[in-house]
Design a protein around this ligand. Structure first.
Ligand code: URA
Length: 198
């Protein structure tokens, strides 16, 4: 893909509205051979100004859940379905998702993770290519064809869900623990899913 430099997109102008609303392209962060990749929807205002995914309040929730299983942000890769901030945090359009899809596929192919965790409805539906009831399906894992190959994908709530509804905190923590377990990273332990009890 011509506008890709390793795992980074440079100077893309495929989506005119996003070129207007972004101040920079927000590429994924973390190791280029991470076992665990987290996929969000799109950069928000904080991410747009700092040039890094999940650096606002949602990012703090994610960092804290990672810490609970012995992982640091630097141990995992974090990226988004689209790399430019949509105005007023609207959802990405189908066309914008499609325009950015090849970049994501190339990133996943090059990183070659054990597991991709979709954070919320938009990334879950984007990768699974079906309607997803995130609260019901959180913690489930399936093999999904993405580009030229298949990846294990685990559905998760968006970390912001815990900010709107405190009762989701435990679920989110368990999803992250399960993700670390499935990917074989962190200190969550046994290689068994933690999902038996909910
Ligand atoms: N929410 C997302 O989906 N992505 C980010 O990078 C930040 C918040």
């Amino acid at each position: 893909m011509d506008e890709m430099d390793g795992l980074c997109v440079r100077g893309c102008t495929r989506c005119p509205a996003l070129v207007e609303s972004r101040s920079q392209i927000v590429n994924g962060t973390g190791p280029d051979d991470a076992d665990l990749v987290f996929l969000g929807e799109a950069p928000g205002a904080n991410e747009d100004s700092e040039g890094e995914p999940f650096v606002g309040r949602s990012g703090s929730v994610l960092d804290s859940a990672l810490r609970d299983v012995g992982l640091a942000r630097a141990d995992v890769r974090i990226t988004n379905c689209i790399r430019c901030r949509p105005a007023e945090n609207r959802d990405p359009t189908k066309e914008e998702l499609a325009n950015c899809r090849g970049y994501l596929e190339t990133e996943l192919e090059r990183v070659d993770p054990e597991l991709v965790v979709t954070l919320g409805k938009v990334p879950s539906q984007h990768l699974l290519n079906r309607s997803v009831a995130v609260t019901k399906e959180a913690g489930t894992v399936e093999d999904v064809r993405i580009g030229e190959r298949s990846f294990r994908v685990l559905i998760s709530l968006h970390p912001a869900a815990t900010l709107y509804d405190r009762s989701q905190e435990e679920t989110f923590a368990e999803v992250i623990a399960s993700a670390a377990d499935v990917a074989g990273v962190g200190d969550s332990g046994s290689g068994q899913s933690n999902f038996g009890d909910f």
